[in-house]
Design a protein around this ligand. Structure first.
Ligand SMILES: *[C@@H]1O[C@H](CO)[C@@H](O)[C@H](O)[C@H]1NC(C)=O
Ligand SMILES: *[C@@H]1O[C@H](CO)[C@@H](O)[C@H](O)[C@H]1NC(C)=O
Ligand SMILES: [Zn+2]
Length: 457
């Protein structure tokens, strides 16, 4: 506790010193890139020389604890809001809103009502007078608080990475008429697409796919260097979730337990959302014992740690499959070899984060960070007042060059450790002296008595 307070004080002091410089020049631009479905352990399993070079000059968070459910849209909105899914409102890829009676399907919907419970950084930063850009990031082409980022392109699968980064670089540079953007977010579909199709354990295919991802990171760095931006920009490379291997033997068939006419399936696997047509308790009783590898929750009993309860778009019954298991209905079979959405404590669901640029430390790594903490980190880097969020800067600030918390922790621990040892030694000495005095006094008196006794005899 004391350590935390001291650390906070020291961090605060270094931060305000650094803040003075930044205020004069304005913050550096920030580019966040997400490679969808980049499971944290791909970094150990595949070579990725460009990515490794990038974080050897910057920082690496080996695993990000993302939010439940570990799906693309919920987690991409978390990265730019710092909110759990229940608070930002994008609670799944397929949703039903009982208030408006509307349905949502990821990628096919631009209705602002789904996104309006939160405000992404590309909107908030506009209020600080900055230009912003978002390239195909989920939500970037939607009017949120009646606004979009200054620049964006509507989602188009056919636009190559080279074209996306080409446009983003243009937006970062600006021109005579318009200054460059301060914040840009860029989305890329791989390795998620191939992870689903072939499964993360298909080493031959994933080797090829991750080489392409790494080539894109190389392209990004050389594009920034060519345009004189590298070294004058902070870059975060991250992802939304990992990927688990599926198998045709690991199927949970809902039809074995409940009749398909008795409920509506809003979202299916690996987290199913059900609206019962009759009494929820009856359906729940059948589902609770349906399959050893599936956990059924009534909405009110969803564990606190999942932060997945407090939203009307979360349906009355939620089914969560164990890692690698799929929930199917109406005799459907498996059409994919990899999936995500499972419990966010599973390492296979975790993505990573790497970052480089003048504001980050060099060659520093930490094992874990929460993905909700990235939003306050980005606000800090941009000097943008954060919206209310579920993240904190306390851990993330140690990634920053101006903070050097890791070293401070060591120094302070050493100093405190030495103080503690000294205090213990002093106390021991005092205690021993007191103990000796109190024990030796009767003897002294006895001796005196002894001495005196002969006088009496
Ligand atoms: C920007 O993206 C469009 C596709 O929407 C592409 O035709 C164009 O070449 C890109 N611009 C750059 C500079 O890469
Ligand atoms: C997350 O943040 C929002 C906005 O401040 C807040 O309403 C919500 O209670 C927070 N959730 C948790 C679990 O703290
Ligand atoms: Zn996916």
């Amino acid at each position: 506790m004391l350590l935390k307070v001291l650390l906070g004080l020291l961090c605060g002091v270094t931060a305000s010193v650094a803040g003075g410089d930044e205020a004069q020049q304005g913050p550096l631009p920030l580019l966040m890139v997400s490679f969808d479905g980049f499971r944290a352990d791909y970094l150990q399993r595949f070579p990725m020389p460009n990515l490794k070079l990038l974080y050897s000059q910057g920082v690496l968070v080996e695993q990000l604890t993302n939010v439940f459910i570990t799906k693309t849209f919920p987690n991409h909105y978390t990265l730019v809001t710092g909110l759990y899914a229940e608070s930002h409102g994008i609670v799944a890829s397929n949703m039903y809103d009982p208030v408006s009676h509307k349905h949502f399907h990821a990628g096919q919907d631009q209705d602002p009502m789904w996104w309006s419970k939160a405000q992404p950084l590309w909107i908030t930063a506009l209020d600080s007078g900055y230009k912003t850009a978002a390239m195909m990031w989920p939500g970037s082409d939607v009017l949120i608080s009646s606004r979009t980022p200054t620049h964006f392109l509507p989602y188009d699968f056919n636009v190559t990475f080279r074209q996306r980064i080409g446009n983003v670089t243009k937006w970062l540079l600006g021109n005579e008429k318009e200054p460059g953007v301060k914040f840009a977010a860029l989305y890329w579909e791989e390795p998620d697409r191939s992870g689903h199709k072939y499964g993360p354990e298909n080493t031959a295919v994933m080797t090829k796919v991750l080489k392409e991802v790494d080539d894109n990171i190389g392209l990004l760095v050389s594009k920034l260097k060519y345009n004189g931006l590298w070294g004058r920009i902070n870059v975060i490379i991250t992802s939304d979730h990992g990927m688990a291997q599926l198998s045709t033997e690991r199927l949970i068939r809902l039809d074995d337990c409940i009749h398909p006419d008795d409920y509506t399936l809003v979202d299916s696997s690996p987290v199913a959302a059900l609206i019962p047509h009759k009494d929820p308790k009856t359906l729940f009783t059948l589902l609770r014992t349906c399959h050893a590898h599936m956990t059924a929750y009534l909405k009110s009993d969803i564990p606190d740690r999942l932060h997945y309860r407090n939203n009307e778009r979360i349906q009355p019954i939620i089914l969560v499959a164990d890692e690698g298991w799929s929930i199917v209905q109406r005799g459907n079979t498996l059409s994919r070899m990899g999936d995500h959405g499972y419990d966010n404590t599973l390492p296979s669901m975790h993505p990573f984060m790497a970052a480089a640029g003048p504001s980050f430390r060099e060659g520093y790594r930490i094992s874990n960070l929460k993905s909700v903490d990235i939003y306050p980190l980005m606000c800090h880097l941009l000097s943008v007042p954060p919206q209310p969020n579920n993240g904190s800067l306390s851990q993330a600030r140690c990634l920053l060059a101006a903070e050097a918390c890791g070293d401070l922790t060591l120094v302070i621990s050493l100093v405190l450790g030495i103080l503690l040892v000294l205090a213990t030694i002093i106390l021991l000495f005092r205690w021993r002296r007191n103990y000796r005095q109190s024990r030796s006094q009767p003897f002294q008196r006895l001796q005196v008595d002894d001495d005196e006794e002969p006088l009496f005899e």
